[in-house]
Design a protein. Structure first.
Length: 317
């Protein structure tokens, strides 16, 4: 087996462990390359059957149109069960404070909508596309990562994962004597202390993802390849011109060739200048980049050194 086959086998095994250990798992989908890879791996894990869990998109309302079109086509092509929950609805119903700024990102607000959806459907496990090489806070998290009832990451509850043994046990908050007790599958849901986040591609790098996508001929949104786009330059970053940002008279709008290394909320996801229009050209650029994808393009990670850590403590993916 080569390197990619080993990573694929590990991810497929983890997907099957999720199906075996949890009663109501869900696969989180953003329309980006990592979650698209996750769909491909899940389909391979359970072929020829359909996926034994739904796919859920937490829609910020600040999406790239190309990502939404791609999402809907992927769902149609594979007959997936898609759940969409919108941050805009959460803002209206709960009157969450939306940012009043030049780039009013809804990225952090996704956590509230996600936790509402977990409680609504009583999901006991959320499968995500996080990778350890993305960001230092990601590197701390286990493949099976315990979260509490509010979705916060629990460092003290991280369990050993020796010999590829994964512990999906969820616990009741406390019994009548004040002791934690294990939940049966039928009891899982709102009675649980929390839920599990599972990251099957934790050990993949960005380059691994692209090499695998090229080998498997996996389709991606056009955003990942060089295209012409109008952007403003904000603090050295190229931000797409859209109805979601507040353009000022002093802003310079440039029309340039760009692509995206990661896809998220348009207001906090920057483009990179690029002429790479093929898989080979994209891989060459990534292999010669000294900056991680999030470090180069996710502006909300630059708010503080603990930006991702802070979001994980309020239920972020």
């Amino acid at each position: 087996m080569d390197h990619l086959e080993i990573l694929e086998a590990e991810a497929v095994y983890i997907m099957r462990e999720v199906a075996a250990q949890f009663t109501k798992p869900v696969l989180l989908f953003s329309g980006g390359k990592d979650s698209t890879l996750m769909i491909h791996l899940a389909l391979r894990a359970f072929y020829p059957n359909k996926l034994p869990f739904p796919v859920m998109h937490i829609d910020t309302g600040h999406n790239f149109e190309e990502a939404l079109i791609f999402r809907d086509e992927l769902v149609r092509q594979h007959g997936l069960e898609l759940i969409v929950r919108r941050v805009g609805d959460t803002i209206r119903l709960k009157k969450i404070q939306e940012e009043k700024s030049k780039l009013p990102s809804r990225n952090a607000l996704q956590s509230v909508t996600l936790m509402d959806a977990i409680n609504e459907f009583r999901f006991d496990c959320c499968i995500g596309g996080g990778r350890r090489d993305e960001e230092k806070a990601r590197a701390k998290e286990r493949i099976f990562s315990v979260r509490d009832a509010s979705g916060a990451w629990q460092p003290s509850e991280q369990r050993p994962e020796l010999w590829e043994v994964y512990n999906g046990l969820l616990r009741r908050a406390q019994d009548d004597r004040g002791n934690n007790t294990a939940l049966s599958p039928l009891e899982r849901g709102s009675a649980a202390q929390g839920n599990m986040r599972v990251f099957p591609i934790s050990n993949w790098s960005e380059v691994d993802v692209w090499h695998y996508i090229r080998r498997e001929k996996i389709a991606l949104p056009s955003l990942y390849f060089a295209h012409e786009r109008k952007c403003i330059v904000h603090e050295g970053k190229l931000v797409a011109v859209s109805e979601f940002i507040n353009i000022e008279d002093r802003d310079t709008i440039v029309n340039t060739m760009v692509r995206y290394r990661t896809v998220g909320d348009m207001t906090c996801t920057a483009a990179v200048r690029s002429e790479a229009m093929t898989m080979d050209e994209v891989i060459y650029e990534i292999e010669h980049s000294a900056i991680s994808e999030r470090g180069e393009t996710r502006m909300d990670d630059a708010i503080s050194d603990a930006g991702m850590e802070d979001r994980k403590m309020v239920g972020y993916f």
